[in-house]
Ligand binder design. Sequence first.
Ligand code: URA
Ligand code: SF4
Length: 197
Amino acid sequence: MPMGKEELMKRLEERIRNCRKCPLWELRTNPVPGAGSYDAEVMFVGEAPGYWEDQKGLPFVGRAGKVLDELLAGIGLRREEVYITNIVKCRPPNNRDPTEEEIRACSPYLDMQIDIIRPRLIVPLGRHSMRYILAKFGFRVEPISRVHGKTFEARTLFGKVTIIPTYHPAAALYKPPVMEELKKDFARIGALMKRTR
Ligand code: URA
Ligand code: SF4
């Protein structure tokens, strides 16, 4: 019998916990593989763990996580029914941006998570995640200010997947207008999920 999602993800998480493919492993307290439902219809993909994520081994549990929770609640979604992860699974020092090398080393884990979960919708959070996801599915990368809230339809081996990029929730912490844009983009996400249910 083929392996179920649960077992595939547990094995993958174990690999991430033992990973030393890029220098970030040396500084991490805990790697952050991701969290949520393996049957999620929607996957949210952030950038990299921050201080609290590294402490707890869980994604989006700091201040940006509070914003994400608020946005999810706004469209009637609970964390337990979505899947949340990042392109890079270990915390970059001083929360600097992940490098191209780190993204290249780590992104195969994200690719595998997408293949296991087979979501119908992927929401890249922020410019790094947007760039990686759009390029992965063959779309032209444009500035986040231009692509946020737009719908991209991709074909995959497991069927159709919709991508709606949006801003990183942390950006809303110091730029209130970004929160308004995030809310609008999340309203689209909510509407699309109702339609496909
Ligand atoms: N920012 C991210 O991009 N990911 C997290 O998990 C937390 C903050
Ligand atoms: Fe491995 Fe990714 Fe952590 Fe680098 S960031 S050590 S590639 S899990």
